[in-house]
Design a protein. Structure first.
Length: 606
């Protein structure tokens, strides 16, 4: 008796599909039922699943890929603040950045601040410089302005200094500097020396959004990620991101069914010298890999103990970590391994990593790591001899595109030759390590995954500096594999995500341009034109715009997102040029305004 054909809810055909499924690497059509793919193959194969209620979408021969998965980002914290932030991600010049700042200052009501919090570098600007405190104070004499530059420094105008209370009599906090003029008065520059605590703590003094505005803000940040084809992330916790209080918004969105970016979250301790207490409490109350398909627990980190925090700031010398590191990290990591909790650890410098591995090897002799998924994050200067130690302990490494934003600073301090393997991605892969990839957004690098993919493939910074020789670069297929099926391992979801494959979550993106064939410089300008998460259409533009759910207006009304969007779009920022999203020759151009830009013959969208 012939098998009954299931009627699909959504069918996409006439697409150029790269599945990341080695048993079926390419296809032209997919059928989706509920939240899963039920068929992947040729148009004729998949059309059998078309029924009277099936929604059929023409892929217009565009490239369709599995949804992108960022293995290290700070989505939860980013969502709580997204509507407060003026994003300079992708802005081409200081002149444009200052123009946007002036416009936002003029519309921001007291007591709110204007905040630019990460995602940019001076090297992306055509002037090749940062704004000055004089320029910022001239633009904003009365409205507080806070501008974060990497984990290096923050600019505060005079109004912000008044609000936060930094005066001639304010002492420097531990591990940070309030820069002063010749009379001892704060200039407005805060310097992380050697870590970012002063930057976090000062930013934390600003007003917060209301509960309803935080819900709106998080929805919009997820939609912004959907705009670039991101359908999954691992949230690595973060400074001043307290559990469970700062997770309530995400839990509510999960209950409402409103999450459009699957999120696995790690728990990040916030209490120096009380880290073990935190993890003992958390391991008693919750278990890793539990939750819903859209919001699930992923273990501990990226902060395990504060004595092991080697924040990267390549302008400053490498920090010397204290002698108590070994004992404190031993207590926490031994407890986590006993409880079979996966963990991740922020680890920038090879000197620090060697010490961390000494601790882990000691723990492993007492409580075996066997089959426990644990991660070193960042690892820019990990030593080659330590790669084998990570392999022996069954570990993995997650790298991020931070060097694309600060590679010039690294070269200035350590030299071009030392920068060639920062991090040594190919050596990691050759050693047999699982290597995840992501952005570490939003306070250092941008959340745009295509910038990270550009960095992986070209070995270049956003400023165009070539960091890596061919021997430390990966090809486009390997880069995309790392960002999809590879990253799924880091949340123990490799059996359900990362591939366009029957039985896997129906998470996909149709791209504006063909990642495999555009020029290298065009890679960082790619966007999604159609994004699906769990079989639901969550984003569409150009010929797919009519299928897209409408974007909510950002709240409050003065939120920068209502005027500038997120990642820079010349059409929404008064620019005279921009990057064009490609329209296939057989697709119809449209001449009306979109929430994501103008879709006319120029289609200016960054």
């Amino acid at each position: 008796m012939p098998q009954e054909i299931v009627e699909a809810d959504l069918l996409i055909h006439n697409a150029n599909i790269v599945t990341m499924d080695e048993s079926n690497p390419t296809a032209t059509a997919v059928a989706i039922k509920g939240d899963r793919f039920i068929a992947v193959g040729t148009d004729s194969d998949v059309m059998r699943y078309k029924g009277s209620s099936t929604r059929v979408v023409d892929g217009n021969k565009r490239l369709l890929i599995p949804g992108l998965n960022d293995s290290h980002i700070h989505l939860i914290r980013g969502g709580l603040n997204y509507n407060l932030e003026l994003r300079w991600d992708g802005v081409p010049s200081v002149a444009d950045a200052l123009r946007m700042l002036k416009q936002q200052v003029d519309r921001t009501p007291a007591p709110h601040w204007v905040r630019v919090v990460g995602g940019w570098t001076e090297f992306q600007f055509k002037e090749r410089r940062m704004p000055t405190l004089e320029e910022i104070n001239q633009i904003a004499p009365d409205t507080p302005v806070f501008i974060l530059n990497l984990y290096r420094q923050a600019f505060l105008n005079k109004a912000a200094l008044r609000v936060v209370g930094y005066t001639k009599d304010t002492p420097n906090p531990p591990n940070g500097e309030i820069q002063r003029d010749s009379n001892g008065n704060p200039t407005g520059m805060l310097i992380a020396r050697p870590n970012a605590t002063i930057l976090y703590a000062t930013l934390q003094k600003g007003p917060k959004l209301s509960h309803e505005d935080q819900l709106n803000s998080t929805r919009l940040f997820m939609r912004e990620l959907n705009r670039f084809g991101v359908t999954s992330v691992i949230d690595a916790g973060g400074g001043f991101q307290n559990y469970p209080d700062d997770y309530q918004i995400f839990e509510e969105l999960d209950r409402l069914g409103d999450i459009t970016v699957r999120t696995a979250y790690n728990l990040f301790t916030q209490r120096p010298k009380n880290e073990l207490d935190d993890f003992q409490s958390w391991t008693a109350k919750s278990a890793p890999y539990t939750g819903s398909p859209y919001y699930r627990h992923n273990g501990a980190g990226e902060m395990l103990v504060y004595s092991a925090a080697d924040f990267e700031d390549f302008v400053e010398p490498r920090p010397e970590l204290p002698a108590v590191l070994e004992d404190e990290l031993y207590e926490v990591s031994r407890h986590l391994v006993q409880q079979r909790w996966p963990f991740r650890l922020h680890a920038t410098y090879g000197e620090s990593i060697s010490r961390f591995l000494d601790v882990f090897e000691r723990v492993n002799k007492e409580v075996p790591f066997k089959d426990l998924r644990w991660i070193l994050d960042h690892a820019e200067t990990i030593r080659e001899k330590d790669l084998e130690r990570v392999v022996a302990l069954g570990g993995s490494i997650a790298v991020q595109s931070r060097m694309a934003f600060q590679g010039e600073y690294f070269v200035d301090r350590y030299g071009a030759q030392e920068a060639e393997n920062t991090p040594p991605i190919v050596k990691m892969l050759t050693a047999g390590l699982r290597v995840g990839v992501g952005t570490d957004a939003t306070r250092v690098a941008s959340y745009n995954p295509w910038v990270a993919l550009y960095w992986l493939v070209t070995g270049k910074t956003l400023g165009g500096l070539s960091l890596y020789p061919a021997s430390n670069r990966v090809d486009r297929h390997q880069a995309l594999r790392m960002y999809t099926t590879g990253n799924a391992w880091f949340s123990k979801e490799e059996d359900v995500k990362g591939q366009v494959k029957a039985g896997h979550y129906a998470d996909l993106s149709i791209l504006s341009d063909d990642f495999f064939h555009v020029s290298e410089e065009e890679i960082k300008r790619i966007e999604s034109v159609f994004t699906v998460v769990g079989g639901k259409i969550v984003y569409g533009t150009l010929e797919f715009e009519k299928l897209s759910p409408p974007a909510p207006k950002a709240s409050p009304d003065w939120a920068p997102h209502n005027y500038f969007g997120g990642y820079y779009k010349a059409s929404n920022n008064g620019g005279s040029g921009g990057n064009k999203i490609h329209m296939p020759q057989h697709a119809h151009h449209c001449n009306h305004h979109h929430g994501s830009g103008f879709c006319d013959l120029d289609c200016f969208v960054f």
